[in-house]
Design a protein around this ligand. Structure first.
Ligand SMILES: *[C@@H]1O[C@H](CO)[C@@H](O)[C@H](O)[C@H]1NC(C)=O
Ligand SMILES: *[C@@H]1O[C@H](CO)[C@@H](O)[C@H](O)[C@H]1NC(C)=O
Ligand SMILES: *[C@@H]1O[C@H](CO)[C@@H](O)[C@H](O)[C@H]1NC(C)=O
Ligand SMILES: [Zn+2]
Length: 498
């Protein structure tokens, strides 16, 4: 391609702009800027020619020809950069405002969320003001925008890096920016950044944007996203998935895990449908939440500076998009039976060269990771049950207030931790993981055994709860004297007594 820039042309480009250069700008920087601005690969050869095709003349009396040439190039680059960045800014601001508006529209009532919107809008205003200064004010020096996201660069220790590959990883001891560094590490470590030529800065910006688009729900929050992705990463190693799957499949598995609950409002599909929310109306009651998570994911990819797939050709992008959508939609628990049955039919004659088989396996894998908390050690898993119950109670309280049907397992009057977990572990988790075990026997010790132990532990806890309830009846009937203070030790004494 040739770009013709000439101050005496009938239609000069940005004729009236003053550009101030830094003498310290290296030719490399200028070239890179020029290429970025023009949307060309970085290794493009750049030369300046006049309208006759001759190289731009350089005054031989000038002491430093090279510097002059460099300055001309810089000027051209800055002009392109200016045009490019204003458009980029416009798109970005429009997208973000649309997202905020949509959020206000979807949420309606909750005060916290409105507060969050306010602060988001305030941030946006401040950001625009600051960009205005650096890019739109002609009197100031134009500074190239090298906005590496502001989360500190954590140096992950060798110990952390090793632990990150195990399901026993303690997911509670990390701040959001540490989790971001871990996620970033996974994309590098799996060779995804290298194999797909992902811009490492875009990867950072994308992850930051992912973080910003998870809400602070008790359960469906950024830490849950991290857990699901970390479990996926562990399973990739444990099951040697890189030997069985293409790197495209690995990229799809990881990316779907990262995006799978984006902008989750904290109320499940049944609530959305019964309350006839905007989401349910938009998606005709068909997996409204999962459709939304997926749409938000691809709204994020549509922003140039967060698009880790920007180097992909149209065909490759289409494949990644389709694969990611399929996996995110598979996380709707309403489809659990359907998906598991389909996998059971394939597992005994599983064929890694059959695309349908592979897709089905990927769907089961993301499902496993999504509900894998009980695979983790008890100290890590148990707090998640409290988080889930808190989110359930938030929903059931709202359902009661709005006169909608309430599920007993979400009702704070009826549910306990053991009752919430036993059925789920016995009838959902163990059967699914045992089916996957047929294909990957190595998950038995690391994943299935902890599930069995957790089931046994919750069954014991339930027996204690039941015994306590019986004792309460005798106490109320005056047959038995009350315990002073109900502590764990007391509970055990009671079971022994019974
Ligand atoms: C530029 O780099 C790409 C790969 O990054 C390569 O395919 C292409 O041939 C290179 N072009 C030149 C002119 O070196
Ligand atoms: C931003 O730029 C516009 C026009 O370029 C100007 O009118 C406005 O005052 C600027 N705002 C700030 C905060 O600098
Ligand atoms: C969603 O909430 C409803 C109660 O409104 C409950 O019946 C249903 O089982 C819940 N779904 C899931 C997947 O938890
Ligand atoms: Zn989830």
């Amino acid at each position: 391609k040739q770009f013709l820039i000439c101050p005496t042309c009938p239609n000069p480009i940005y004729h009236d702009i003053n550009v101030v250069f830094s003498r310290f700008c290296s030719p490399c920087d200028i070239k890179e800027l020029f290429c970025t601005a023009a949307g060309l690969p970085r290794n493009t050869t750049i030369s300046l020619v006049d309208s006759t095709g001759a190289m731009v003349s350089i005054d031989p009396t000038m002491p430093n020809k090279e510097e002059l040439f460099q300055n001309v190039l810089t000027q051209v680059a800055e002009q392109f950069s200016r045009a490019f960045k204003i458009n980029e800014l416009k798109t970005e601001v429009t997208n973000r405002l649309a997202m905020l508006e949509k959020r206000v529209e979807l949420e309606g009532l909750k005060v916290v969320e409105i507060e969050k919107c306010r602060s988001d809008i305030k941030k946006l205003r401040e950001e625009m003001a600051s960009r205005n200064n650096s890019f739109l004010d002609d009197n100031k020096k134009l500074t190239p925008r090298r906005d590496v996201p502001s989360y500190p660069k954590y140096h992950l220790s060798k110990e952390t890096i090793d632990a990150l590959r195990q399901p026993v990883f303690d997911v509670w001891q990390w701040e959001p920016n540490e989790m971001l560094s871990c996620l970033e590490h996974m994309y590098h470590d799996l060779g995804l950044v290298r194999d797909f030529n992902i811009n490492p800065i875009t990867l950072k910006r994308w992850l930051l944007c992912i973080h910003d688009n998870y809400r602070n729900n008790p359960f469906h929050n950024f830490r849950h996203c991290f857990c699901v992705t970390q479990m996926m990463y562990s399973m990739i190693y444990l099951c040697n998935l890189q030997e069985k799957f293409s790197q495209v499949d690995i990229l799809i598995l990881m990316t779907a895990a990262v995006c799978h609950d984006l902008d989750h409002p904290g109320y499940n599909n049944t609530y959305q449908i019964n309350a006839r929310t905007e989401l349910a109306v938009r998606y005709n009651d068909i997996s409204p939440l999962e459709n939304h998570h997926c749409a938000v994911a691809f709204q994020i990819f549509s922003q140039a500076d967060c698009n880790i797939f920007s180097n992909f050709d149209a065909e490759a992008f289409k494949q990644i998009r389709q694969g990611t959508i399929t996996l995110i939609l598979a996380t709707d628990m309403a489809r659990h039976g359907e998906i598991l049955d389909s996998f059971k039919q394939k597992v005994d004659n599983f064929d890694f060269t059959n695309e349908e088989h592979v897709t089905c396996l990927k769907m089961v894998l993301i499902k496993c990771c999504d509900i894998s908390n009980e695979v983790r050690p008890m100290e890590v898993a148990e707090p998640w049950v409290d988080c889930l119950l808190e989110e359930y109670f938030m929903q059931s309280d709202r359902e009661k207030a709005e006169g909608l049907p309430v599920a007993p397992f979400m009702d704070r009057e009826k549910v306990t931790k053991p009752t919430a977990q036993i059925g789920f572990i016995k009838f959902v988790l163990i059967p699914m993981f045992e089916t996957v075990m047929k294909l990957f026997p190595q998950i038995e010790d690391v994943m299935v055994q902890p599930l069995r132990e957790s089931r046994d532990r919750y069954e014991e806890l339930k027996q204690i709860d039941d015994a306590m309830n019986e004792v309460r009846i005798w106490i109320e009937a005056g047959i038995c004297t009350p315990l002073k203070n109900k502590t764990k030790e007391d509970s055990i004494v009671v079971t022994d007594m019974i």
